[in-house]
Write a protein that binds this ligand. Structure first.
Ligand SMILES: Cc1cc2nc3c(=O)[nH]c(=O)nc-3n(C[C@H](O)[C@H](O)[C@H](O)COP(=O)(O)OP(=O)(O)OC[C@H]3O[C@@H](n4cnc5c(N)ncnc54)[C@H](O)[C@@H]3O)c2cc1C
Length: 417
């Protein structure tokens, strides 16, 4: 097969890689998108909760209160699930995560992330319109509900913390929650409505629609193994199903697998997978939801999706490649039936497992590889990859084409590790 040439090869066709490919293409670069799967969004970007979280300026920090840590460690907190056998491997990472979660560092991270998060909705719209995603993207925000006065305190302390950022929030009584979501159950005592975020009824279809736009604009999508990437002369070479590929620059956007590629070039990123599951459910008596709803004190979301009501779990601490377990989902499902009494039967044969690609300081890596000319990174988007994929693609493309980036890229540098 003849050697193919391209300006940039983007490795990984999740929301992050697809978005980077579109932005580089818009800057006039010939781009080839490579994934080991024959389609975009077959991994983490397939199964998330579908929220474009324009309110998520503060990161998902590790708890600091001793009681909360003890409850999580002892398996008493349904928001987290720990695979104890994995602890010898993952404890050092959790320790780094804990250290980065101090109040001062939490605020510093929020300040660094703000410039990205604030543009997430407009950057999605900029892709959604030409891609004609239609009903795949939904207005109406999402609701954080509470069951007790303690839950209300937690939610309102978040609102208080967010005040300097002028995020639109509406505190709702139980009755007001029911006006927006009439099918929620007795356990809901009130909530906070974040009206500005978007949500999608199918994260996989959304990313695939963006990928179609990339191809319609002349981009190539090719099956290949990113781990075959090698330096070649001044550029990069890769083996693909369509033959050898030569590129001037390469972007590693492999989500939780980026560390496998980086290791081969001598970069040891502390990338861990905060795992999470989903299951779809039917609904009895025509019940439905209009937007994603969080059960704050139990730590899962219910999102209306094309396939049904999707319950997404909080975090499972395990090694990335540990086998899946239905334990966390099984524990949360009864809470889901309290939150929405008309939640119907399971629709999937097994829970889907996803791996949030997480660095301990809760920021992605977006920028050049420190020791390899023409190699770039765009990964580690943790709980917010759907939110931040498009805006990260813009930042990366501006850096790669020598433009002044719209936001200070320093906090996202690869050499901070
Ligand atoms: C339960 C759950 C709920 C979530 N909810 C939300 C939410 O509501 N909002 C939000 O913003 N984010 C959410 N997230 C996070 C979000 O889904 C991720 O941050 C995002 O999908 C990461 O995208 P990515 O493109 O970096 O990785 P991925 O989507 O995993 O893409 C990586 C790609 O690399 C490819 N690949 C891997 N290895 C190779 C190789 N060797 N060769 C070629 N290709 C390879 C894979 O096939 C894959 O296509 C959630 C995550 C989970 C698990």
């Amino acid at each position: 097969m003849a050697m193919q040439r391209t300006d940039v090869v983007v490795l990984g066709a999740g929301i992050v890689g697809v978005s980077a490919a579109l932005h580089l293409q818009a800057k006039g670069r010939a781009v080839t998108l490579v994934d080991r799967a024959g389609a975009a969004a077959t991994e983490t970007s397939l199964g998330n909760a579908g929220i474009v979280q324009s309110e998520a300026i503060f990161p998902y920090t590790f708890p600091r209160a001793p009681g909360e840590i003890a409850a999580a460690a002892l398996g008493l907190d349904p928001r987290v699930h720990i695979r104890y056998a994995a602890l010898p491997w993952i404890a050092p990472w959790i320790w780094r995560y804990f250290l980065a979660s101090s109040p001062a560092k939490r605020l510093a991270t929020a300040m660094a992330m703000r410039g990205l998060v604030e543009r997430c909705v407009s950057e999605h719209r900029a892709l959604a319109e030409p891609a004609a995603v239609g009903a795949l993207l939904r207005e109406g925000g999402w609701i954080k509900t509470w069951r007790t006065a303690h839950g209300e305190d937690l939610a309102m302390s978040d609102v208080e913390e967010e005040k300097p950022f002028a995020l639109p929030t509406v505190k709702l009584s139980r009755e007001e929650v029911l006006v927006l979501e009439p099918h929620l159950g007795e356990v809901v005592r009130g909530g906070v409505h974040y009206p500005d975020p978007l949500s999608t009824s199918d994260p996989q279809a959304l990313t695939q629609t963006y990928a179609k736009l990339f191809v319609a604009r002349g981009g190539r999508f090719v099956v290949g193994d990113a781990l075959s990437l090698a330096q070649s002369g001044d550029g990069w070479a890769l083996t693909t199903a369509e033959g050898p590929l030569q590129a001037s620059a390469a972007v590693a956007a492999l989500g939780p697998w980026t560390s496998d590629l980086a290791k081969g070039f001598g970069y040891r990123f502390p990338l861990a997978a905060k795992r999470g599951y989903h299951m779809h459910y039917g609904a009895k008596d025509g019940a439905s939801l209009n937007r994603p709803v969080l059960d704050l004190e139990r730590g899962y979301l219910l999102t209306p999706m094309t396939r049904g009501l999707r319950l997404t779990t909080g975090v499972e601490f395990a090694r990335r490649d540990d086998p899946p377990s239905s334990a966390h989902l099984d524990r949360l499902e009864p809470f889901g039936r309290e939150l929405m009494p008309q939640l119907g039967a399971r629709l999937d044969p097994a829970a889907w497992l996803g791996r949030r690609p997480c660095l301990p300081d809760m920021k992605p890596v977006i920028g050049p590889a420190p020791r390899h000319k023409g190699l770039w990174f765009d990964f580690g988007h943790q709980h917010l990859g759907l939110t931040l994929g498009p805006v990260s693609g813009r930042l990366l493309a501006e850096m790669m084409t020598g433009e002044t980036p719209f936001v200070d890229p320093k906090p996202f540098r690869a050499d901070r590790f």
